[in-house]
Design a protein. Structure first.
Length: 489
RNA sequence: GCCGGUAUCGUCUAGGGGUUAGGACACGUGGUUCUCAGCCACGGGACCGGGGUUCGAAUCCCCGUACCGGUACCA
């Protein structure tokens, strides 16, 4: 039987990296085994859920290229895929469980229970629902029912051990005695998470539940529910959490947590996918940079490690740099040009017709090995795409202010005027020749030149940069740069 | 407190009764060089602690410890 897995986010927040990785693992598993990957929106908490969050989650998944076979927008045989549209099913299931003796109505006032719980906690004691309503006499029950008294429905947790074999952790067992009779339907008629997730996983014929580690302790409840409902219990795989450098659950405190923020920050979706896949999972050999196809071909739940994983931005940056370096010309142009356009750096103003797309590609090619994130292109391309140069004060102070730079730059300007054609070898010869004539090292001339035309001390190779900028612009900038030089000497 | 999970370089991990405990990121050094990046080479760096089983334990068992998660009419 082809596996059926699902990602079931609650739209109470954006898609964070932890959720994205859980979705990715489900997706990889489905693709690996020719199964189906469903997306189900768990929006039973109407207060905290919102349509915007649903959109954000869908956009996040789409950006990462994690496509779903059934779910919102694509539909499927088990539609609807929004739990808010499936409420009758949960309610009916709760009724069935009451009828079969697996659950019972609870009329206890939530305030009373909360009070007792807090009192017990204050004394450092464990507290569990006392089953007061299970002890109600039939007469009293009939009375309450006749009054239409509000009530929740609780699952009657049986005695004995509940165990399951987790694909990541191996066998896990819980004693029924440690699990309280949990609510499955609230007094307002809405299901709790436990009920809705099990009813849907059963109805949607989910075969593997791959979800966060934080659900391990809910799992015995779910196993019990599947059994009481007469449904097949799926296999479970609890994947460890992604945490910050302080080992705590990832939160805003640690920086960006939404996958869409990573898009904005200049990360490529394939790099993100590759990085996320390796957080808590390894193929078993030394491969790290892997295509989506390789990821799919190698993925196995058993390869997921048991401990939490620290989200290491430095490695993400490296990974992203790998993917940027691998971009071919067409892809480079297609991914970077829109960013330049948004920043108003491209296309150039009317008077700059000498800068073609081929010219831009040359520039991007020079910048490519220097970029870790797409946003790096923006900053580094700026001096080549704008008419005015932003001069770094410290760089000017160090390389342009000395009195002798004025004459050195003057000499270089003169030499550049004579370069024909204005290509790299010619420019290089001019620069080196000028330095020699001045009796200084090439580097001593190159540094002020770089600051003069770029505005700062770092850039691609100086000869490529000069050629890219063109003779006129280079000379104009060098002339302007002379004004920083102290008069005299 | 109770229940559950986890523990290999700073980080992600491979491995696993006998290995020089492997790789990657980060870090350091050197090389290339006009800077930065890149690239290349080299280097430092780990099996949580204590018992046990065994000829031999990082690996298996037990006990601790630490960390994480759960402990709701949230999901």
């Amino acid at each position: 039987m082809a596996p059926r897995v699902r990602f079931a986010p609650s739209p109470t927040g954006y898609l964070h990296v932890g959720g994205a990785r859980t979705a990715l693992f489900n997706y990889l598993y489905a693709r690996r085994h020719g199964g189906r990957f469903l997306l189900r929106i768990e929006d039973t908490d109407v207060e905290r859920s919102s349509a915007d969050m649903v959109t954000g989650i869908l956009d996040g998944l789409r950006w990462l290229g994690i496509t779903w076979d059934e779910g919102p927008e694509v539909g499927g045989p088990h539609a609807p895929y929004f739990q808010s549209e499936r409420l009758e099913r949960y309610s009916a299931a709760a009724d069935r469980l009451v009828a079969s003796g697996h659950a019972y109505a609870c009329y206890c006032a939530p305030e009373r229970l909360r009070g007792e719980r807090e009192a017990a906690e204050a004394k450092g004691e464990a507290w569990k629902y006392d089953r007061a309503c299970l002890a109600l006499t039939p007469e009293r029950l009939a009375e309450l029912r006749a009054e239409g008294a509000p009530h929740a429905i609780r699952f009657k947790v049986p005695e004995g051990t509940v165990s399951f074999n987790d694909a990541v952790h191996g066998p896990i067992a819980f004693e029924g005695a440690t699990i309280e009779d949990f609510v499955i339907r609230r007094s307002d008629g809405y299901p709790t998470y436990h009920l809705s997730v099990v009813v849907d996983d059963a109805e949607m014929a989910i075969t593997q539940v791959v979800r966060g580690d934080d659900h391990i302790s809910n799992t015995p409840k779910h196993v019990l529910l599947f059994q009481a409902l007469g449904a097949a219990v799926p296999e479970f795989a609890h994947v460890p959490l992604i945490v910050g450098t302080d080992k705590k659950r990832l939160s805003k405190r640690h920086g960006a947590t939404s996958v869409l923020e990573y898009q904005k920050a200049g990360y490529l979706p394939d790099a993100m996918v590759n990085f996320l896949a390796l957080l808590g999972w390894a193929p078993g050999d030394d491969r790290e940079v892997m295509t989506r196809e390789e990821l799919i071909a190698s993925f196995a739940l058993e390869g997921i490690s048991g401990g939490n994983a620290v989200f290491d931005t430095a490695k993400l940056d490296w990974m992203n740099g790998q993917y940027i370096a691998a971009l071919d010309d067409a892809a480079l142009l297609a991914t970077v040009t829109p960013l330049l356009e948004t920043a108003g750096l491209w296309p150039l103003a009317a008077g700059s017709a000498d800068r073609s797309e081929a010219w831009l590609l040359t520039l991007l090619g020079l910048l490519k090995p220097r970029a870790k994130r797409l946003t790096d292109f923006l900053e580094q391309a700026r001096p080549f795409l704008t008419d005015t140069v932003d001069y770094d004060t410290a760089a000017v102070e160090k390389h342009l202010s000395p009195a002798h730079t004025r004459e050195q730059l003057a000499a270089l300007i003169g030499a550049l005027r004579g370069v024909e054609p204005f290509t790299e070898p010619g420019v290089e010869a001019a620069v080196r020749g000028t330095a020699e004539a001045l009796g200084i090292k090439a580097g001593a001339l190159i540094h002020p030149t770089r600051v003069g035309i770029i505005g700062k001390t770092t850039s691609p190779g100086i000869f490529e940069s000069i050629v890219l900028l063109g003779r006129e612009r280079t000379i104009a900038r060098l002339e302007h740069a002379q004004s920083f030089s102290a008069v005299g000497a």
